[in-house]
Ligand binder design. Structure first.
Ligand code: 4NP
Length: 163
């Protein structure tokens, strides 16, 4: 088998701050898109937060409502990102620059740096560079995050990393 054929299954980890808004949305949207494409046996998704404040918590209710409007049910409980995740996952997708820096800070030797990507680098329609933190904003922010994540997840699914 050639070296540039990805190992299967591909394991993706979506990371935000609290793991109750953006990253569980990304995880569940990606699972949905992967299932629609019949690739559930080849692509596995999980999510985590760089902070531990919400460990064990269900997704934020406002985020769950916004996801439901687009046909996505948010499953899972919050957990904190850990150093072991660098070995466990093939790609680690940061929602914003602060998440990205916090993830890389746990890899001082930069061994896993190439696995860590910015989620919005996979957007094809939205111009955003980061997935905005909706936690302290209005309800529109949650809807926006879902639409933005659909774009990024579709882009990721079509990217060189997963094809
Ligand atoms: P998330 O949103 O990182 O998308 O899960 C947040 C959730 C909680 C807090 C901040 C952002 N917080 O400050 O508690």
């Amino acid at each position: 088998m050639s070296d540039n054929i990805p190992q299967v299954p591909q394991k993706l980890l979506f990371v935000c701050l609290g793991n109750i808004c953006r990253s569980p949305s990304a995880e569940n949207i990606m699972n949905h898109l992967v299932a629609v494409q019949g690739k559930s046996d080849r692509i596995m998704c999980d999510s985590a937060g760089t902070a531990s404040y919400h460990t064990g918590a269900a997704p934020d209710r406002r985020m769950a409502i916004a996801a439901k409007k687009r046909g996505i049910t948010l499953h899972g409980r919050a957990r904190q990102f850990s150093q072991q995740d660098f070995q466990q996952f093939d790609l680690i997708l940061a929602m914003d620059r602060s998440n990205y820096q916090n993830i890389l800070a746990l890899d001082p030797e930069q061994k896993y740096r190439d696995k860590v990507k910015m989620m919005c680098d996979f957007c094809t329609s939205y111009p955003d560079k980061e997935v905005p933190d909706p936690y302290y904003g209005g309800v529109d922010g949650f809807d926006y995050v879902i639409d933005l994540l659909f774009d990024a997840c579709n882009g990721l699914l079509a990217s060189e990393y997963l094809t």
